[in-house]
Design a protein around this ligand. Structure first.
Ligand SMILES: Nc1ncnc2c1ncn2[C@@H]1O[C@H](COP(=O)(O)OP(=O)(O)OP(=O)(O)O)[C@@H](O)[C@H]1O
Length: 472
């Protein structure tokens, strides 16, 4: 079988040619679009493998005429411009497969084999407009490339997607991208944070209610399912959904219809469902907190968003993106010096992209120079990031608590340190003991201190661990 390879990077072309020839393919190689068209006109190929950025044009943009002349020719696109936009443009052409560079050569060879033996399989899709231009999903790391590839696979269907990842990794943004680039883009995108709604209201929020369904239901209410008619319903923090609502959600997904709370009528639904969670659902299933059957319903296409620390290669692009975004929102226009980028890259970013974004905005606001270098950045990191484990609490809460405590208690000079630590220890120990249900061994382990030390401190501070015992 004969493959046409269009690639202007000589070394990549050599590697691919060698790998394909080793598998028994014949390879014709050229490095321009003009030469590609000439070769395609001259003879038949089983598959086309093409780069995007070529000296005389764009390998994707010009695919239309190739496909018009050779509708059955499978096309495999290689690209170094690893943006979601390129992935979407590639998938819009109906290309057999899209490989962001760097790629796994064995995987490419496998794909070429599949493509060549199934010529015609992937052709015939619309040529597609250039979608997704300007969609702000930044990231070129291999991990994000895998995410982009999954996104392109669900744009033209309604498969249920479950987005998994820590808080702040961009789950909602991915859901929006799927909606905006997908075939339901003309419909509404309705997002519901199931963790933020009180348990007794969640069913009415999702499914709506009829007038008089319960005290306070003074008029009919249309729920999120019906609001998302024709579009996408994004169920965020699905792991926090109460059991009863899970049962109702499962029923809706199975039957394709809902019933408003207090209503009799079945209303059929036409909504794509995308769910997300930062929880690990499997242990929750084992513990009986999440319905296994619902999990399988939702987890048709899982998309895993890696934590930012697992894709440090994306930090620079994200930071620059947020600086531009901040400037667009009226903040001073700043730039990052290379040494500042290095400092950002090695931070733990436990709050993921959200934490990075918040930090960059603060930086844009507070920096004294337009070009921010490591020396200017480090004190700001020390001030904010280090204490921002719980981004919600924020560093200033703790600082103002300390200030308040000092003002109110006025500890004796020479004893400030000890009294302040004791004051902090008391609520800390109480909180941990509450978590462990009064179990001192667990508490000592969690705190990372010796059990006897804990016992002594509890006694010094007159804290009774038994008062935290969990009673049945
Ligand atoms: N790849 C990305 N490119 C650009 N911005 C991003 C990216 N990922 C996340 N962000 C931004 O980071 C912030 C947090 O993202 P998002 O709200 O989507 O996270 P999440 O995973 O849904 O968080 P949570 O679990 O807390 O709901 C948003 O401002 C979002 O725009």
């Amino acid at each position: 079988m004969s493959i046409l390879l269009v690639e202007d990077d000589e070394s990549i072309a050599i590697v691919i040619t060698a790998a394909l020839e080793a598998e028994g393919f014949t390879v014709a190689h050229c490095d321009s679009i003009a030469e590609r068209d000439r070769l395609l006109a001259a003879r038949a190929f089983s598959a086309l493998v093409t780069d995007v950025m070529l000296a005389d044009g764009d390998g994707i943009e010009t695919l239309g005429r190739v496909q018009a002349l050779h509708p059955d020719l499978p096309v495999i696109i290689l690209s170094a411009q690893n943006t979601l936009d390129t992935a979407v443009r590639a998938s819009d052409t109906g290309a057999f497969e899209y490989f962001p560079k760097p790629f796994d050569i064995d995987e490419l060879v496998r794909t070429v084999r599949q493509a060549a033996s199934s010529s015609g399989l992937a052709s015939g899709e619309d040529e597609g407009e250039v979608a997704g231009q300007g969609l702000p999903l930044v990231g070129r790391s291999p991990a994000m490339q895998a995410v982009f590839r999954m996104i392109t696979r669900v744009l033209k269907n309604d498969l249920t997607v479950l987005i998994l990842g820590e808080s702040g990794t961009g789950k909602e943004l991915v859901a929006e991208a799927i909606h905006q680039l997908g075939h339901r883009q003309a419909g509404p995108f309705v997002a519901v944070n199931t963790a933020a709604i009180p348990a007794d209201l969640i069913e009415s929020e999702l499914f709506g209610h009829e007038k008089g369904a319960f005290t306070g239901a003074v008029s009919r209410h249309i729920g999120k399912f019906e609001q998302a008619e024709g579009g996408t319903l994004f169920l965020d923090e699905i792991g926090d959904m109460p059991m009863q609502a899970q049962t109702r959600l499962l029923r809706a997904l199975q039957s394709g219809s809902i019933r408003r709370v207090g209503g009799r009528e079945e209303v059929s639904i036409n909504t794509r469902i995308i769910a997300a969670t930062n929880k690990d659902l499997e242990p929750m299933i084992a513990a009986g907190q999440f319905r296994e059957d619902l999990y399988y319903r939702l987890n048709v296409v899982p998309i895993h968003l890696p934590a930012l620390r697992e894709r440090a290669g994306d930090i620079e692009a994200l930071a620059r993106h947020f600086l531009v975004q901040a400037a667009g929102e009226g903040l001073p226009r700043r730039q990052l010096a290379p040494d500042a980028v290095e400092v950002l890259r090695i931070q733990p970013w436990r709050g993921n992209v959200r934490e990075l974004r918040n930090f960059i905005y603060r930086l844009a606001l507070l920096a004294r120079e337009d070009v921010i270098d490591a020396t200017a950045l480090e004190p700001m990191l020390a001030q904010s990031v280090r204490h921002e484990d719980a981004a919600q609490t924020g560093p200033s809460d703790l600082e103002s608590a300390v200030r308040h405590w000092l003002t109110v208690h006025q500890p004796a000079t020479g004893a400030i340190y000890d009294s302040a630590l004791a004051a902090f220890e008391r609520p800390l120990f109480a909180e941990i003991l509450r978590t462990t249900g009064g179990n001192q061994l667990r508490a000592a382990q969690m705190l990372g201190i010796n059990r006897n030390t804990l016992r002594k401190r509890l006694s010094d501070l007159a804290i009774d661990p038994d008062s935290f015992l969990r009673r049945p």
